[in-house]
Write a protein that binds this ligand. Sequence first.
Ligand SMILES: Nc1ncnc2c1ncn2[C@@H]1O[C@H](COP(=O)(O)OP(=O)(O)OP(=O)(O)O)[C@@H](O)[C@H]1O
Ligand SMILES: [Mg+2]
Length: 268
Amino acid sequence: MNEVKTVLVNNLTKGFDNIMAVSGINFEVYCGECFGLIGPNGAGKSTTIKMLTTLLPPDDGEAVINGYSIVKNPAGVRGSIGYVPQLLSVDGAMTGYENLLVFSKLYGLKRKQREERIKRVLDITGLEDAAHRQVKTYSGGMVRRLEIGQAILNYPQVLFLDEPTVGLDPVARKTIWKHIEKLRCEQNMTILLTTHYMEEAEALCSRIAIMNKGKIAVMGTARELRESTGNPHAGMDDVFAYYAGALESQEGDLRDASRTRRTAKRLG
Ligand SMILES: Nc1ncnc2c1ncn2[C@@H]1O[C@H](COP(=O)(O)OP(=O)(O)OP(=O)(O)O)[C@@H](O)[C@H]1O
Ligand SMILES: [Mg+2]
């Protein structure tokens, strides 16, 4: 990690009909850093990621990714990022290899380059042996690894991961962590991820921002967040409850559980 800032977010704002999904947030991410956006359901995490990946225009504010403005040069932003959405982005009827091939064509890679990149991505994601099986036979963790593979085919400088491990068992989750950490260390990729899991944020992210109701409630290293609650020995779940509100997180758990089941069903 160095002091170059790859992501600069300034007063980013987005409202829907009767709700301010994101209210004037500010943060920066350094080159080669893994930065975590944490928060309960509806906090505004996905809306933030969609604005940063240029899928949604902001109502106000600005962000600069790799030197490109999301407002003035969305095409420049798109060319230098990878994005793994919260919802499924692979085709179960195709093999892993075929899914990667479609994406490599979308990225405009030449034939020779396509073969090289797909081989490299299968290696990075540990999917070589399963490459020629239909994706509907994959486990949830394998599907998520394939989605990450799709997102890194164009060797992006910044990778956005919206809940990379939702619905996965603890072992599959740790495998995904290992791959994310590998991308960050070996490719010096800057990674911005969202999660509900505080332990995940602590394991992967050098800094964490806790979002609640469209605002960033607090931001810092896991240690700084603990100390900011007045109890340096607080568990990370206590930190989450402190900033996100115990009631909301309970309500969130219920919605999270039903969504996890939906995800499992889609993957199944
Ligand atoms: N397209 C949309 N139209 C209307 N409201 C929306 C839309 N997208 C998001 N919202 C609302 O904006 C708020 C923030 O949603 P967002 O999806 O960003 O939250 P989140 O933090 O990603 O939540 P989760 O943890 O459940 O994924 C929510 O109240 C949501 O209902
Ligand atoms: Mg979301």
